[in-house]
Design a protein around this ligand. Structure first.
Ligand code: LLP
Length: 422
C-alpha cells in the first residue's frame, strides 16, 4: 500500500492533502505517515517469526518522540547511540529491557545512566571501552551485559560514508582479535558476556554481505562457546536498504532477509536482535517544500525551493537520490527538465539534477520522497535557518510533532562576552 498517493488531483499523506498541512505549518516541513511507520514495524516483526527476536528500532534514523511512542506501542525496542537517544527511548515508553546501546565512543556518564535504568545489552566496540564499562559497573556494584561488536571485514555496498564493516573502518573489533577481547571480558567482575554484535553498513541492497558477515559471526559464536562463553544473543545490526528510485532500485525484501537469517541460525538457541532504522522510517516520510522561484538559466532550468541542504542533508552529503514529486497531480504531458536546488550559497545545496517534472511555477509545492529516515534528525540551522518542523499524519488527521523554533529561540542560546569591547 502507498501511504503517499494522488487523490482528487493532489498528493496526500494517508487521507490528508499535503496542501492542507501548509495552511497550518509553513514549508519546509517533514510529513510522516503513522500507518506507514506502524505497518513497516509490523511487517518486520511478522517476518521474524517464529524466531526469538528483539527488534531494536535504530533511534538515530528518526528520533522524534511521537515516532518513538508510536513504535513503542507497536512493541518496538530501541537501539540507541547516546544518552540523549536513551532518554528519548525511555520517555517514549520503551522498556529498558528492550534497549541496546551501540556506538564507538560511549562516555562514562552515558554508561552510568544506561546501567542505572537497566538496559538489555551494551554493544562494545573496543577493549578500552570494555574496561571503562567495567569500572562504571563495579562502581555501581552491578554487572553490564555485553556483546562485542565484531568487524567481519565485508564490503557492504551502500555509500562509502555509511559502510562500516570493513577492517579499515573505525567500527568494532577485528575478528582475529575478538576471542582475546572476549577472554579479557570474562575476567572483568563488572562484565557479563552474553552475545555477539555486528552492523556492517546502511542502505545495503543485497543479501550477500549480510550472509557472509552472519556466517563469520556464527563461526565465532561456535568458537566462543567452545571457549566456555555463554553466548545467548546475536545482534545483526541494521542496514537493510529501501527503494529510493522506483526505476532503478531492486532490493531484497525483509522476508528474504529473515529467511536467510532463519536458515543459518536455526537450532543455535540464539536470541536474535535486529536494529532496523531506514527500513522502518525511510519510506514513511516526505519533505514538503515550496518552489520559491523558477529560474531559466542559459544552461539549465532551476527550481529554487525553500528547503535546503540544512533541512535534508542526504543529497549533499552522500549524493543520495530522492524522488521528487509535484503536489499538484500532473494533468498534462507538458514537462521540463530541472535542477532542483535550495537557497543556501553552496553548489552542494542541490537536491537533484536533470529531473523531468511537470512544468512548475513559483509557489507550487513539491514533496521529496523517502525522507523519513536520516532527514529531520540530520537537519541543522546553517544559514540561521530554523530547524525544520515535523508533522505526523494518521488517516485524515495531522499534528505538529516538532514545531519550528523561532529566531529568538535560536539567538537566546548565544551571548556576547561582557569583556567584549570594554
Ligand atoms: N545499528 C547501528 C549500530 C548503526 O550504526 C545503524 C546506522 C543502524 C543500526 C541502522 O541502520 P539502518 O537500518 O538505518 O541502515 N545517515 C546515513 C545513514 C547512516 C547510518 C548509520 N548507522 C544516511 O542518510 O544514509
Amino acid at each position: 500500500m502507498s501511504y503517499f498517493h494522488y487523490s482528487n488531483g493532489q498528493l496526500c499523506a494517508e487521507g490528508v492533502p499535503l496542501g492542507d498541512i501548509t495552511k497550518d505549518v509553513d514549508t519546509p516541513v517533514y510529513v510522516y505517515s503513522a500507518s506507514a511507520l506502524a505497518d513497516n514495524y509490523h511487517g518486520f516483526s511478522r517476518a521474524c517469526e517464529p524466531m526469538d527476536a528483539l527488534i531494536a528500532y535504530s533511534v538515530k534514523a528518526n528520533s522524534n518522540l511521537a515516532v518513538l511512542t508510536l513504535l513503542a506501542s507497536c512493541g518496538a525496542g530501541a537501539d540507541v547511540v547516546s544518552g540523549g537517544e536513551l532518554e528519548r527511548a525511555l520517555r517514549a515508553g520503551i522498556a529498558p529491557q528492550k534497549i541496546v546501546f551501540s556506538g564507538v565512543g560511549k562516555s562514562r556518564d552515558e554508561m552510568h545512566k544506561a546501567l542505572k535504568v537497566g538496559i538489555y545489552q551494551f554493544n562494545i566496540e573496543s577493549a578500552p571501552e570494555l574496561i571503562a564499562l567495567n569500572d562504571v559497573a563495579c562502581a555501581l556494584n552491578t554487572r553490564a551485559a555485553i556483546a562485542l561488536r565484531i568487524n567481519p571485514d565485508v564490503s557492504a555496498g551502500g555509500h562509502e560514508k555509511i559502510s562500516t564493516g570493513k577492517a579499515e573502518n573505525k567500527f568494532g573489533v577485528n575478528l582475529d582479535q575478538a576471542r582475546g577481547v572476549y577472554k579479557q571480558a570474562r575476567e572483568l567482575p563488572g562484565i557479563e558476556v552474553i552475545g555477539v554484535d555486528m552492523h556492517i553498513g546502511s542502505q545495503i541492497d543485497s543479501l550477500a554481505p549480510f550472509e557472509t558477515a552472519l556466517l563469520k559471526g556464527l563461526d565465532l559464536v561456535r568458537e566462543l562457546r567452545r571457549d566456555g562463553h555463554d553466548i545467548r544473543t546475536f545482534d545483526m545490526g541494521g542496514g537493510l536498504g529501501i527503494v529510493y528510485n522506483q526505476d532503478e532500485d531492486t532490493l531484497p525484501t525483509v522476508t528474504d532477509y529473515m529467511d536467510m537469517v532463519r536458515r543459518h541460525t536455526a537450532g543455535l538457541g540464539l536470541k536474535m536482535i535486529f536494529e532496523p532504522g531506514r527500513a522502518i522510517a525511510g519510506n514513511a516520510g516526505v519533505l514538503l517544500s515550496r518552489v520559491q522561484y523558477v529560474k531559466h538559466g542559459s544552461a539549465r532550468n532551476f527550481l529554487i525551493l525553500d528547503a535546503a541542504m540544512n533541512d535534508l542533508l542526504r543529497p549533499a552529503l552522500y549524493g543520495a537520490y530522492h524522488a521528487i514529486q509535484p503536489v499538484k497531480e500532473p494533468m498534462s504531458d507538458q514537462t521540463e527538465i530541472y535542477d532542483i536546488v535550495g537557497p543556501v550559497c553552496e553548489t552542494g545545496d542541490t537536491f537533484a539534477t536533470h529531473r523531468r517534472l511537470s512544468v512548475m511555477q513559483s509557489d507550487d509545492l513539491v514533496a521529496m520522497l523517502s525522507a523519513g529516515a536520516y532527514g529531520a534528525v540530520q537537519a541543522g540551522q546553517y544559514n540561521t535557518r530554523p530547524l525544520v518542523p515535523e508533522v505526523l499524519v494518521k488517516d485524515s488527521q495531522f499534528s505538529v510533532i516538532r514545531m519550528r523554533p523561532d529566531l529568538e529561540d535560536i539567538l537566546r542560546l548565544e551571548s556576547v562576552p561582557g569583556w567584549f569591547g570594554a
